[in-house]
Design a protein around this ligand. Structure first.
Ligand SMILES: NC(=O)c1ccc[n+]([C@@H]2O[C@H](COP(=O)([O-])OP(=O)(O)OC[C@H]3O[C@@H](n4cnc5c(N)ncnc54)[C@H](O)[C@@H]3O)[C@@H](O)[C@H]2O)c1
Length: 413
């Protein structure tokens, strides 16, 4: 059987997006080759240990042992595949602008191994025009001589790591092909994995929709973070306000305040939008303002927590509970808790942390919950984080997660 008749999928990047996609494709009857350029990770995965929470070791081991999945660093394995999806990171550079170097290197790695009729899909988040102006030219320039028809589409990933309800299968998938044949093939591929496919008229619409989805979250979180500070200054409990507003049956969607935003998506993707706006001579001032407000939250939280400590304590001991950027994952990428810790330390505090899902963080070890502190900050309410003893002992807690209600010593953000 030729590669193009095969139900073999190659996925470039075996992280939070690529590995769950691999398992969803295995479930749908695909043979999956997981390509990753990080050798240690490939060894870990092939050894049956999953690096991401959304894929269990058992699920991974079953897929490996029945021959339906294997990880590799060898891009030439792509020659066996009829479909190649790109799931590599799209971070920011030091100027907080799009860094597409990993995406470019993935496209460069793929190109020599595509063949007649290979479908190449980008799932990585980026600004509109990335597939057309960056990925396609690289693949077309470096593909084997005589390969005439390579098909291209964009299908941005919407996975929400740690989400018990929404996954690769039941989350509708946007698909935008570069031409009609690409669209037909990409829709057929995603229909084999996902319950619902939403076709859009071109890749740029799919790319822009992904930026809109995540920017929507960023600005609403910023709005509630700013609103929280205004309410707090007047002694109003913002959560009661949000619940009250949430009783309106239309036109309102509740968002909750917190230490800030983290992870690979919400703090990053909107800056792809602001950059893209600038390239077109425009400005996304609203989004930039939201980004600034969220970045100011760790300082605000630090000041609120320190204000709960007796004034005579020069170097308060502060215990941070939960350092991952959200509950249910051990992911500390872009976690706003880093900025929180830095502010606290700048203010002379002695800071320790505890997170049942994070064994080591920025080269430091966690402490246990008996660590003697002047104030604790519940930054991320991780599953398995048992703060009941702290509450029972009357420890001062600033709860940034709206998890502890009506307990003495506990203040809500
Ligand atoms: N994590 C999320 O919640 C999420 C959700 C939706 C979309 N996305 C988007 O999906 C993309 C991937 O994100 P992720 O969270 O899975 O990243 P990740 O860091 O978890 O995984 C990416 C993997 O790609 C590998 N890699 C990097 N460059 C490579 C290359 N050139 N060739 C082969 N492998 C390479 C890395 O070693 C890593 O294992 C990003 O564009 C992100 O914005 C992420």
């Amino acid at each position: 059987m030729s590669a193009q008749q095969s139900k073999v999928l190659a996925i470039i990047g075996q992280g939070y997006v690529g590995l769950p996609l691999a398992m969803a494709a295995v479930d749908a009857g695909w043979i999956v080759i997981g390509v990753d350029n990080f050798t240690a990770k490939v060894h870990q995965i092939n050894g049956g240990t999953s690096p991401v929470e959304d894929v269990s070791d058992q699920q991974l081991q079953a897929a490996i042992s029945n021959g339906h999945y294997t990880a590799t660093t060898d891009f030439s394995e792509i020659t066996k595949a009829s479909v190649v999806t790109i799931c590599v990171p799209t971070p920011l550079n030091n100027d907080r602008e799009p860094d597409l170097s990993l995406l470019r290197s993935a496209a460069t790695g793929i190109a020599p191994y595509v063949s007649e009729s290979t479908l190449v899909v980008s799932e990585s988040t980026s600004y509109p025009g990335t597939l057309r102006d960056i990925i396609i030219p690289i693949v077309n320039e470096l593909k084997p001589v005589g390969t005439n028809n390579v098909y291209f589409a964009c299908a941005p990933e919407r996975v929400n790591p740690g989400d018990a309800i929404w996954n690769q299968k039941n989350t509708p998938r946007l698909v935008g092909g570069i031409d009609q044949e690409s669209q037909i093939r990409a829709i057929a591929f995603y229909k084999s994995i996902c319950d619902a496919v939403v076709a859009v008229s071109n890749p740029e619409v799919a790319e822009a929709a992904k930026l809109l989805e995540n920017t929507f979250r960023l600005v609403n979180i910023a709005l509630i973070n700013e609103f929280t500070q205004i309410c707090s200054a007047s002694g109003i409990n913002v959560h009661e306000v949000i619940n009250a507003a949430g009783s309106k049956p239309y036109g309102f969607m509740p968002f909750r305040p917190g230490v800030g935003v983290g992870g690979h998506c919400i703090p990053v993707d909107p800056l792809y939008l602001t950059w893209w706006a600038r390239q077109n001579g425009g400005e996304a001032t609203f989004v930039e303002s939201a980004d600034r407000i969220n970045h100011e939250m760790p300082r605000y939280v630090a000041e609120r927590a320190l204000s709960m400590v007796e004034g005579s304590i020069a170097n308060p001991r502060v215990l941070i509970l939960g350092v991952a950027y959200k509950p249910g994952v051990g992911d500390v990428r872009e976690t706003p808790v880093t900025e929180l810790r830095n502010y606290l330390k700048d203010r002379g505090a002695n800071v320790a942390w505890h997170d049942p899902m994070v064994p080591i963080w920025e080269g430091t070890n966690p402490v246990d919950l008996n660590w003697d502190c002047d104030v604790a900050i519940l930054a991320t309410n991780q599953p398995g984080l048992d703060f009941s003893q702290l509450v029972a002992n009357g420890v001062q807690i600033l709860d940034c997660t709206n998890s502890i209600t009506e307990q003495s010593g506990v203040t809500s953000l």
